[in-house]
Ligand binder design. Sequence first.
Ligand code: F6R
Length: 263
Amino acid sequence: MQIVILADAIQIAQYGADLIHKQISAKPCSVLGLATGSTPVALYGELIEANRSGVLSFQSVSTFNLDEYLGLEGSHPQSYRHFMNEHLFKHIDINIHNTAVPPGNAANPIDACRDYEARIEAKGGIDIQLLGIGRNGHIGFNEPSSGLTSRTRVKTLTQATIADNARFFAEGEYQPHLSMTMGIGTIMDSRKVILLATGASKADAIKATVEGPLMASCPASALQMHRDAVLVLDEAAASKLSDREFYKHIERENQKLLAQLGI
Ligand code: F6R
């Protein structure tokens, strides 16, 4: 894992957007895996800005979102399809037919999950998967105890996740307790993973992800086995890492080497 510790959420958004920008520049028909939640919103702002200024085009890009609430239509204001349309897709030159979010309203969710996997495979797999992380270490909606090789499937949300996400729902509004989510195995198949985390509330999950054992009770710890996972953290999210000075040292050395090589 590459651990990048930056001063604040703005730098994190710029760093993550820059990785995605480089990916699309190198391969215009890139397949992106995308996340919802509050963490990636600023990064999406950076991508929108780059698209508006004409330096980045999404015309040939395809996307697959990590997850969706089961039982919500894509037009529902709390659906992740709606979130993606509002925070990214409607502001950039992407072909909306090339954007996929698990269909939360599918008549047969089990078949729909299988179909989602097949669609990712048909596109040649995901080049870069963007992730946030839950306070309990979930990635996508892979809650603690998720199989570390799991594929896209229906998952029950924990009470902690339901409580964390209640802020997006109006008082008394129906909040789903089930989701469709890419599995940890699906995420691990991505050629590159970028996980963003900000704030002290994520510090325990980050500590377990980076320095804890590989275990299903911290699903993000599976990233220890990924060949190209970059964790982009602010100081607060990194605050419980025992070796954080070493991770900063590695980054400085990497930067020096890249500068020497002119990359
Ligand atoms: C959302 C997702 C979740 C979030 C996580 C953190 O698509 O997959 O795993 O990334 O719950 O959410 P925020 O960013 O709101 O703290």
